[in-house]
Design a protein around this ligand. Sequence first.
Ligand SMILES: Nc1ncnc2c1ncn2[C@@H]1O[C@H](COP(=O)(O)OP(=O)(O)OP(=O)(O)O)[C@@H](O)[C@H]1O
Ligand SMILES: [Mg+2]
Length: 324
Amino acid sequence: MNETTSIRPFTITEKLDWLENRYWKFGQDDTLADHLHDLYEVDDEGQMTAQPRRDPLTGETKGLMVLGGSGNGKTALLMRTLRADPVLTEFKVDKPGNTLFITVPPEATIKKLAEIILQQTGYAKVDTKLRAADAWEIARHRFGMVGINTVVIDECHHILRSGPGRDVLAAIQSLKHIMQSERGVALVIAGVPSLRDAILSEPSGETYRRFREFHLSRISPGSTAARRFGQNFLKSAEVLGVQVCEEDAVAERILFAEHGQVGRSVALGKEILRDAVTRKREVLSLEFSERVFQKSNPNFGMTPFHPGAWVAVKKELEAIGWGA
Ligand SMILES: Nc1ncnc2c1ncn2[C@@H]1O[C@H](COP(=O)(O)OP(=O)(O)OP(=O)(O)O)[C@@H](O)[C@H]1O
Ligand SMILES: [Mg+2]
């Protein structure tokens, strides 16, 4: 699907709205789609279906861990996949769908998570005296009743936090049990890299071995992701009617300035474009890009948006240990 072929934004309001909602593809979506493909049955055309693959001997499904540092784009990627995927559709109480998306609140226990699932699947009579194991049993049953066969748990590391009154092993086991639901439920969990370590703390390793792993990293210079970041930036500029001089290497400078962290790099790229649109500038300049950067980073003398050829500026910045 090409997102930029939709109606071109014309007014400033339309342009800003268009820009804000733009999802920039760096290749992580393809990798995620590839991982998901392995979790489900395929049809005779080789197309992924919504039916999770089950081990015929155990009836169990598999899981996927999406791991990455904060701001590396896990939530944005998962939500975008749910919006765009022809097979996985988000379940809401008032809207049928086959995929339940849950965001775990910071202090949630495993019991709280089960209660959230019950509420989100329309089970109104949640009894707070219910034991965690019973709440989970009802939750797994609900999946089958309402037609959910994929569960996505974002910020999953929160339920695996240790501390008083928290049972990490039981929490790990509840994840395993989701993949042992009667009707077959594929599980996608997302969180910071410590999520993997927490699951590995189970001595038997029985939960960990049911998961594949997908790591979202920063965008490194010269990588395919970096090239695609540049293409997204240029394409967005073009749709917004802002001219960018390719020799300025603005996208490379943005990635350098934000150390390739996805969230921050996208935010700076969009802010630079927003600045040009709102001030009705038809041509993007390094000078104005630098001004945008300095508004949130006032303490740098020389910045990556310093005038001059990028290769030379970069060399100089590296020599002074810029941003290290
Ligand atoms: N591909 C993308 N295109 C456009 N914006 C993106 C993209 N990826 C991430 N973002 C934006 O970057 C910011 C950080 O991304 P996101 O919240 O998904 O990261 P995260 O890995 O879930 O972080 P956390 O662990 O803190 O929840 C968000 O504002 C999001 O909208
Ligand atoms: Mg997130």
